[in-house]
Design a protein around this ligand. Structure first.
Ligand SMILES: [Zn+2]
Length: 263
């Protein structure tokens, strides 16, 4: 524990010495073999990160999803009965994953709308981390973004909080949830976390070339956006705003992240 604390202090000192404040550069993608994306709902990662995920898959990185809720509170305008919604949303998420090359999807099937960062959720995410062994994990911000309240659904905050607790300290700690070790799941250290919907993103990925794939993934969520002809323009406008914040050329589209070193 002491070593870990000193490590963080050293890191902070070096960064302030180079004038970079508390920003952390992500690892080079060439150092990343596997990524796990933890989301509250089906479609969250397609809105927040699927262009970036598609760019990683194009580089040969293997990406898995862990989706915490069954999504049965979304899509009230679709006409689909609520009891059929979990199966519909799983099917749509599998299609969305397939559109960008993600075929390993873990559904935790918590009730939509009542997710909480419980020890049980944390343990289930630890299990997913140990099963998929990601170098990099993508998660939603556990901090409420007061400028974009729609991105801060309580389920998103809960999923993010449980995910970071699972990354540190539990997934790497053999003493945490010992029955997982007994089941053959070895401790695993996630090297870095990319946070979506953060109020102060510090890293932007130009996804212009992957925007058609992102839209293909999003359009798989028919029950959620099938009724909305404006969704492409809306998602493009968000991405252009991110690109402008990053200083990319006009017309470029970007996704925004906060990078956290968890090594
Ligand atoms: Zn959501």
């Amino acid at each position: 524990m002491v070593d870990i604390l000193l490590g963080w202090r050293d890191t902070n000192w070096q960064q302030s010495a180079t004038g970079r404040g508390d920003e952390v550069d992500p690892l080079n993608d060439s150092e990343i073999k596997k990524v796990l994306v933890v989301s509250a709902h089906p479609d969250d990662s397609d809105f927040g990160a699927s262009g970036t995920i598609a760019s990683w898959i194009a580089k040969g990185i293997h990406v898995s999803y862990c989706i915490c809720t069954n999504g049965d509170q979304g899509g009230e305008e679709s006409g689909i009965p609520v009891e059929e919604m979990p199966a519909v949303r799983q099917r749509e998420q599998r299609a969305a994953g397939k559109a960008i090359g993600v075929d390993n999807i873990i559904f935790l099937n918590y009730r939509d709308g009542s997710l909480a960062p419980t020890l049980e959720l944390r343990k289930n995410i630890v299990r997913a981390i140990r099963q998929t062994q990601p170098d990099r994990l993508v998660m939603q911000s556990p901090e409420r973004n007061w400028e974009r309240i729609g991105a801060s659904h309580p389920d998103h905050l809960a999923a993010g909080e449980a995910a970071i607790q699972a990354v540190y300290p539990d997934a790497r700690n053999p003493f945490a949830f010992p029955d997982l070790m007994d089941a053959g799941l070895q401790p695993w250290r996630v090297k870095e976390v990319w946070v979506t919907a953060h109020h102060a993103p510090d890293y932007f990925v130009d996804i212009t070339d992957f925007f058609p794939l992102k839209m293909a993934a999003l359009h798989s969520h028919v029950s959620q956006i099938g009724h909305n002809p404006e969704v492409e323009a809306m998602v493009r406008a968000w991405g252009e705003r991110n690109a402008a914040a990053a200083g990319f050329a006009e017309g470029r589209i970007a996704e925004a992240f906060k990078i956290v070193n968890t090594n």
